[in-house]
Design a protein around this ligand. Structure first.
Ligand code: LMR
Length: 334
């Protein structure tokens, strides 16, 4: 009897533990700082769905929205340490990591249309930027769109000079710092998760973001005025820990790549509509005024901010800025 039990254990235990091991999914912790009902939040959920389906249970994607796990700067450190595997930080947050070229996306008026943006993110410029992440232990997988930014404040803002002397929250980008200084404002870097409270308590007077972020963080409830300036752009780089990514079985990585491609298509397809809807919801809320610049005012903003492109050449690289502007010319856009 005893021998039988022993034999049973010898033959079946390895099978059982082998099966259990085979069923242990690879976990991708995907951390981000915005609400789930934003372009990025929705795309992250879509990636989870597609990735889990394609890998037939071999991969589990855990999405942690709203800075639940980490704030802006911490999440990049957590990715490098391997505490999370995937992030989608805004392109304005790579400077502190030492990859300041990403701040090209923050330059005022660098993208006259989304076509120019896509030519950059889906072309050689986008690929070259991703190569710069490799030495940081990071692999870039995709660019996800969000949208053009508006300004918000407690004072009406029609002209750039209306922001003079105001304390404005920015992301950790030197280009955004220069942009705010160009209109005489005082920029202050704050993590995204701290913006609502900073606006509410008057730590800062105003900020900038696309409507989807403004609305889902309820910033419009603590800002009296919103101005549709479209002066700059906000989008994302979906990134993974390089060691984790390179260590995946090739078939799994291929499936995840395909899931990421499909999620990216989805992200870029919904971004504009999500922002249009958010702006409409802000208008309807009646909690803030929404002002749209006249053509004459738009020209004043351009005049005040365009010089930032030149001023930031040393930081970002003259060639990189010129190459982006070449895409605009190639597409025949003025
Ligand atoms: C911000 O910090 O304002 C944005 O980058 C947040 C985000 O990820 O959209």
């Amino acid at each position: 009897m005893k021998i039988k039990t022993l034999l049973f254990s010898l033959f079946t235990l390895p099978l059982i533990s082998g099966a259990a091991f085979a069923q242990t999914p690879i976990v991708i912790k995907f951390s981000h700082v915005v609400a789930s009902d934003t372009p990025k939040g929705k795309a992250a959920e879509r990636f989870k769905e597609l990735a889990e389906k394609a890998t037939k249970g071999k991969v589990r994607v855990e999405v942690y929205p709203n800075s639940m796990l980490y704030k802006d700067k911490e999440e990049l450190e957590a990715l490098q340490l391997g505490a999370v595997q995937m992030l989608a930080p805004s392109l304005a947050k790579f400077g502190p990591l030492g990859v300041k070229e990403f701040e090209v996306f923050d330059l005022p008026y660098i993208f006259p249309t989304k076509d120019v943006l896509y030519a950059v993110t889906e072309g050689q410029i986008g690929r070259d930027l991703f190569k710069k992440l490799e030495s940081k232990g990071i692999t870039g997988l995709a660019y996800w769109d969000n949208g053009f930014k508006l300004m918000s404040s407690n004072k009406p803002v029609h002209l750039p000079s209306d922001l003079k002397g105001q304390k404005l929250r920015i992301q950790s980008s030197k280009v955004l710092d220069a942009q705010m200084r160009a209109v005489g404002a005082i920029p202050q870097v704050l993590a995204f998760s701290e913006v609502y409270q900073a606006l509410q308590t008057g730590v800062v007077d105003g900020t900038e973001n696309p409507p989807s972020n403004l609305y889902t963080q309820k910033m419009h409830e603590v800002q009296k005025h919103v101005t549709v300036t479209n002066h700059g752009y906000l989008g994302y780089a979906v990134i993974v820990n390089k060691k984790f990514w390179d260590g995946l079985p090739a078939d799994v990585r291929n499936d995840l790549d395909a899931a990421m491609k499909a999620a990216t298509k989805y992200a870029n397809a919904i971004a504009q509509q999500e922002n249009d809807n958010a702006l409409e919801a802000v208008r309807k809320s009646g909690k803030t005024t929404v002002y749209v610049l006249t053509e004459k005012e738009k020209a004043e903003w351009r005049k005040a901010l365009l010089s930032v492109q030149k001023d930031m050449e040393n930081r970002i690289g003259k060639d990189l800025i010129a190459n982006v502007n070449k895409e605009t010319a190639r597409l025949g856009i003025k």
